[in-house]
Design a protein. Sequence first.
Length: 245
Amino acid sequence: MNDRSPPPSTPTPPAAKPLKPGQHVIVSLRRMIAEGTFQPGERIGEVATAEALGVSRMPVRTALRALEAEGLVVRLGARGYAARSITASEINGAIEVRGVLEGLAARRLAQRGLTTAEQHAFRTCLAEGAAIFADGVLADGALDLFYAYNVAFHSLLIDASGNPSIGYALARNNHLPFASASALALDWSDRPSEFEHLRGAHQAHCDVIDAILRRDPDDAERIMRDHAWAAVGSERVFGGIPPGP
């Protein structure tokens, strides 16, 4: 295990990151778009959507802005937003790129090893992730906790890679549908299945850090490439998206 002194830009442990509120609204809208509840070009009414999700209009409005940045909706001027036409090939292409970039970050870390400070940051992050699943169920509020943990882990990985170009490329790729590590689309009505889904993602995080600590770049890269596809593995959620050209 490499025990070098940490560089000045050592990542901050994720405990300092605030939770992002209202993730269940964003996740629900992503799922509705993926399932075809909103057809391409169909206007997404703020009032009706807020009533359906049991929230006020403001979280819906905030979520739609976020989904516009992800390439899932388009703005209709003063009329609000409409679902954008997306295809499986578009999603698959973006996720393939993400897997390559995050796999490269993991490979670089396994090749050079982690500093003591980086090891501590990752262990702190993984402990926060493990706590989410400790009770064997997804409690109320678990989605916000997982969102914060997941973003923190992926940010640590990219920041520690030592190659800023990986982060820049990911930032551009994240504007494509379901490309971002934070672009969760869950069926919250089936919490037992989603518990296993999210716990599997956490296990992949643990596995890639284990490979990095073992200094196995091939295994670390493979795990991160495979992990990128986990977000769109639900046939129930993504099965209705047309294949595309």
